[in-house]
Every structure is written in C-alpha cells, then in structure tokens.
Design a protein around this ligand. Structure first.
Ligand SMILES: Nc1ncnc2c1ncn2[C@@H]1O[C@H](COP(=O)(O)OP(=O)(O)OP(=O)(O)O)[C@@H](O)[C@H]1O
Ligand SMILES: [Mg+2]
Length: 336
C-alpha cells in the first residue's frame, strides 16, 4: 500500500488529501475562498495567496486527522506545480517541500490538469487507450492518453474556456461568480424559442471556440435592454448551455470515431454539468467498446485528492522531483 499526501493550491481552493494506491481517498480537506472573491467577480491573485497561507497548515492537520494517520504512515508528497496563479501555487509548493523535508519523504510534482483527469480513477479504473474531455475554468481540451500518464492534446479552445464562458454569461445575468452551477440549474427550467450559434460546427478539427457564443448572448441581452424588453434569464441559460453542450459533443464524437479508445473520461469543474453528463452518456451508447468514466461529482472541482491520484502515476514511474522544483504557471500538455 502506498499512501500519498497531496497539496493543491493553484487557484482559490486550499486543499490537502491522502490517497492510497492512487484511487482510495483516505481524506480530502478543502478550504474554499469563493466568498472573498465573489464581490470582485473573479479571483484576485493577492487575496488568493494570502488565504492559502492562512489555511494551508489547517487543511494539512485536518487531512491527517480525517485519515487518522501520522506522517510516519506517508510514503510520498505530491504537489501541483502548475498551471495556476504563481502566488497561489507557491504556497502549496512550499508546504509540500517543507513536509517532505521534515519527514524525509520523496517529492512529486503534479500537473493540475493530469490531476483533474486522474480523478476518474475514483469512479472506476481507467483502461487505455483513453480519451479525456477536460473542461474547467481555464481549460477546454480533448486529450488522448495512449497509456497511463501520457497525454496528447488533440484539440483545445482557441479563446475562452468552457467554464470561463459560463462565468462570463453569469456575470451578464447578474449571477454570483462562479456561475456554472447556477446556470446549470436555470437551464433545467428554461424553454427558449430561440437558439445561439455553435462555433466551428463544420470545421474538421478538434478545437473549440466560445467567444462567438458569448458575444451572441451579450448581443441578445443588450438588444432586449435597448427595446426595454425583459429577458427570461432561464431561457437565456438554456439556450447558452445547449450551444456549449452541442459544441463539446460534436468534437467529442469526431474524436471517438477517429480514435477508438477503451475509456472516455469527463473531467474538470464543468464536468459537474447535468446536461453535459446526460448528453455524453447518450453519445457513448454509440460507442459500446468505450467505457464512460465521468469524474465523480465530489471531485470535479479543484481538490487535492485528484493530485494524489495523478501523483501515484508519477510515483509508479519513479518520477520524483527535488527541492528545486519550481512553479510553472503556464504548464500544459503537449499538442499532438
Ligand atoms: N454544474 C456546472 N455546470 C457548468 N459549469 C460548472 C458547473 N460547476 C462548476 N462549473 C464551472 O467550473 C469552473 C471551475 O472549474 P475548475 O475548478 O476545474 O477550474 P479552475 O481550476 O479554475 O481552472 P483550471 O483547472 O483550468 O486551472 C468554473 O468556471 C465554474 O463555473
Ligand atoms: Mg481546476
């Protein structure tokens, strides 16, 4: 048995978790600072780093308490070193290095995006080759995994990320940041008699674009305001979400047709979206050789357990870091 303690602080969640053999979550302590950022409509980097500093030792103690373990039970320390906000990443990185040094444990650097994908292992074991749709606040990518811990980006967004577009439309509809969950709920009520365009529906690639959709929603709302007409926010949410899901589904279908894989993973904060999960469940019926493995709802947002899962992949390959490990705020997978 291998117990990995993992640190995550790339954005606005401070989290420490202990994961056994890459799939069994012994504890997952998460402190969120959403409330501090809501009035600014997004994450304020300086505020985020200060919160991480305040919380890091508390979530560390909590993770050990919840798992009822002591540092002597831990085999390695995993930490997110990118992508993310540099000041936020540094807090988790210093915490992890300090813990590793104090208890003479090996250190493992983890790509936050690999973490989002590895969280699928909390649902059921991933079989390879696998394809992952990674949809989060900062990323929208179709990632091919020929083998465990190997990542090739087939397509990505050319402008806004899917989650980012939810948050921007949310701001337009006067919703709190982040708005994904609220729009998801509103979209279940709306019955629009209009639709928004899905970008690049006919282009032969795996890339995404959401800025045109965002502009269409802005135009719709402003046009109504100019005419002093009330808009039905639920209808706007439904039409917007329909367009996002249609775009994600189209590229995913094309990738599944061209790359026969054994698992299809849905990961990242937007993976919590009900309509997206349902639409993909439906789509996967056309691909009986491919197992649909959505990340469990409890682990779609940022958390350290997912970093422990991806850290275990590196652990098995003896990919350890030393204490010179630095942050890489722009870290991404290679494009194939
Ligand atoms: N039910 C939902 N439907 C749609 N979007 C959602 C839902 N729940 C959360 N989101 C969106 O998920 C995003 C947050 O995801 P996540 O925490 O993975 O992003 P991040 O860590 O900020 O970015 P990245 O992982 O790319 O660095 C937000 O944009 C939020 O609005
Ligand atoms: Mg994330």
């Amino acid at each position: 048995m291998t117990n990995i303690i993992a640190f995550e602080s790339s954005a606005d969640e401070t989290s420490v978790a202990i994961v056994q053999d890459g799939h069994k979550v012994l504890s997952n302590s998460v402190a969120t600072q959403i409330n501090s950022h809501q009035r600014f409509g997004g994450i304020v980097p300086e505020v985020a780093s200060r919160h991480h500093l305040e919380w890091i030792t508390r979530v560390l103690d909590d993770a050990l308490d919840q798992a009822q373990l002591t540092p002597a039970d831990i085999d390695a320390v995993a930490v997110t070193y990118g992508p993310g906000l540099v000041g936020s990443l540094l807090v988790g990185l210093m915490g992890a290095k300090t813990f590793a040094m104090a208890h003479d444990l090996p250190l493992i650097g983890v790509n936050h995006l690999a973490g989002h994908i590895a969280a699928a292992n909390f649902n059921q074991p991933i079989e390879y080759p696998a394809l992952a749709l990674m949809v989060s606040g900062g990323h929208t990518e179709l990632v091919l995994m020929p083998k465990e811990n190997q990542f090739e980006v087939l397509g990505e967004t050319r402008d806004d990320a899917a989650g980012e577009s939810f948050d921007k439309v949310g701001r337009l509809l006067h919703l709190d940041y982040p708005a994904g969950k609220a729009i998801d709920e509103m979209a279940q009520r709306g019955q629009p008699d209009f639709s928004f365009p899905t970008a690049m529906a006919h282009e032969d690639n795996y890339d995404f674009s959401f800025s045109g959709l965002k502009s269409a929603v802005i135009n719709y709302v402003h046009h109504a305001e100019q005419k002093h007409e009330a808009i039905n926010a639920d209808d706007v949410a439904t039409a917007f979400q329909n367009a996002v899901v249609t775009a994600l589904l189209g590229r995913t279908k094309r990738a599944l047709e061209n790359y026969p894989v054994r698992s299809f993973i849905l990961a990242g904060g937007v993976a919590a979206n009900h309509q997206l999960r349902a639409a993909l469940t439906d789509l996967l019926k056309q691909f009986p050789q491919t197992k649909f493995i959505p990340v469990p709802l409890a682990y779609t947002g940022d958390n350290a357990a997912m970093i422990g899962a991806a850290g275990y992949w590196n652990y098995k390959e003896n990919r350890f870091a030393d204490l010179t490990l630095n942050t890489e705020p722009g870290l991404d997978f290679e494009r194939s």
